[in-house]
Design a protein around this ligand. Structure first.
Ligand SMILES: O=P(O)(O)OC[C@H]1O[C@H](OP(=O)(O)OP(=O)(O)O)[C@H](O)[C@@H]1O
Length: 183
């Protein structure tokens, strides 16, 4: 079962004495052929009737995960960038986030010439913590005239009202990872 494999391969990392908290390490997921082949269909399967035309997912991890989901869904993929990243010109359409899990207010953007009315958008990410980044992308999508059809994530640790607003479905909760290995 994919969910069990995701938990087995997940690690909590101690970044050192100054940090005061463990950080997540999902590198083992991408190294595993079973996860790599199964994660796109598993996330698409959370929305069996959604018929997305495009998957939108934020850098950096979303640039890996998003295309896997898009291929499984028979949809296209549109990368979302953080301001200060590599795309800042042209037809970019931006929205500002509330503070994310690191307290950052970011601008999130996509190429607005590649999305619009008639598109059905599935937002995708590996981890939804506060939901801030996806909240901004949800606004970008709506402002473009496209229709958000839901949010698919590997892990969701956000409050229920955020999950409801984003129509979020996830493969794992924070509780699933409480007992994960440290290393
Ligand atoms: O729910 P939020 O508070 O908005 O945070 C969740 C986001 O944070 C992480 O990305 P990060 O910005 O750390 O970049 P990464 O993909 O390089 O890890 C994660 O991959 C999500 O995209």
């Amino acid at each position: 079962m994919l969910s069990r494999r995701l938990v087995e391969l997940f690690r909590w990392i101690d970044p050192g004495p100054d940090s005061g908290h463990l950080v997540s390490d999902t590198s083992g997921w991408w190294r595993d052929p079973e996860v790599l082949a199964g994660i796109g269909p598993a996330l698409t399967g959370l929305f069996p009737a959604a018929r997305p035309t495009v998957v939108v997912a934020p850098e950096v991890t979303g640039l890996l995960l998003g295309p896997l989901v898009a291929m499984a869904a028979g949809a296209g993929f549109l990368p979302a960038y953080k301001d200060g990243g590599r795309r800042r010109v042209g037809a970019m359409r931006w929205a500002e986030t509330p503070p994310d899990y690191r307290g950052r207010r970011l601008r999130m953007g996509v190429d607005g010439s590649l999305i619009g009315p008639g598109d059905r958008v599935l937002l995708v990410d590996d981890w939804v913590a506060t939901g801030a980044q996806l909240d901004a992308l949800d606004r970008v999508v709506r402002d473009s005239g496209a229709e958000p059809v839901g949010t698919a994530a590997v892990v969701a640790t956000c409050p229920p009202y955020v999950a409801e607003r984003l129509r979020l479905r996830a493969l794992l909760t924070g509780d699933d990872l409480d007992g994960a290995a440290s290393g």
